[in-house]
Design a protein around this ligand. Sequence first.
Ligand code: NIG
Ligand code: FE
Length: 413
Amino acid sequence: MSILIKNIKQLVQVHDYNVMIVKGEDMKTLPVLENAYLYIEHDTIIEYGEMEYCEGIEAETIIDATGKIVLPAWCDSHTHVVYAGNRTSEFVDRINGLSYEDIANRGGGILNSAKLLQDTSEDDLYEQSINRLEELIRMGTCAFEIKTGYGLTVEAELKMLRVIKRIKQESLAKITPTLLAAHAIPSEYKDNKDEYIKLIVEELIPQASDLNISHYIDVFCEKGYFDLDDTEAILKAAAEHNMRPKIHVNQFNILGGVGLGTKYDALSVDHLEELNDEDIKALKNSDTMPVALPGCSYFLSIPYTPARKIIDAGLPLAIATDYNPGSAPSGNMNFIVSAACVKLKMTPEEAINAATINGAYAMGISSMYGSITRGKKANLIITKPLSDYSEIPYAFAHDPVEQVIINGQLKDI
Ligand code: NIG
Ligand code: FE
């Protein structure tokens, strides 16, 4: 199977040498080839170059991309896309004045989604989730991290892991599963949080590890959820099973989760709506990717992650959707790239770097995904005709995607 894309107006994020991460000043640069071709065999990018060198190349499928942009498909490194139902009633409650915290305090929020998920069959949960994923692939995302965290019992968390595994087997998308048992304190453990942590440490992590599905551990390190000591106990137990942290920190309060994350060599620390100089210092001495989730800030009307402070300190930054039923019910990465420009004051180049190569890094897959490089996987967006790549974030809430190539297969939208 081979595909030749010809007459590409701009081939974006092209790297002759494999790149794994882009940091600081370098995020301002987005390598582009004008009037280019791209040649794919099976699931792999084989060759690319200027149109004048395209002569003689033949392929089973030829796509004329005159006026169009081709870029790596989005890499969404933080999602909770496996969930049951929705939380529209809480959405209305918030419009009428309740806060996210008020709703959680009266037993709603994450606990609400957990109850729904526990009562949903594994097949139904799979169907709901794969349908969401298929829609997102059409919007240009081909790699997803997917978290558990709406089970909150050993049985329901393992059910979530099995659903994620099935998605991984059935879908063409690249899936990175993460165990987020410490997402909220189940009501049965309201006055006995330590027992729930013991359950996670002694039962869930070992059982999840035996299933060999997830190599990442997440904790919602936040006031009213899991404090720094709780988080450390979980990260320690997970490390014994070779599970690397990708954690929720600094969404509403700074508890020291960034420093703890870097101490345990977290692959990523996510949210960071609140951030202090100590956090920046900890990140500077680490291999940890900070991840901003502007869709959550938009939906909850909370501060946006100070991206300028992060990038201007020479650090890398990734952006992701946080797609979930409570704080960010949209998985549209095109919107996230736009919000990164408008609200986080990132340039289009920085935002596209953050949503491709750095997103791939935050899932541990950037050696094979996130840039257009010979030998990397052919996961690509072919846009509608656009003036240049800046029009993607500029025309916010428009859909720039015309076709997607996922694992070397063409998907017409
Ligand atoms: O990333 N912060 C914790 N978890 C999710 C929200 C989950 C929910 O409300 O269902 C988040 O924002
Ligand atoms: Fe999240």
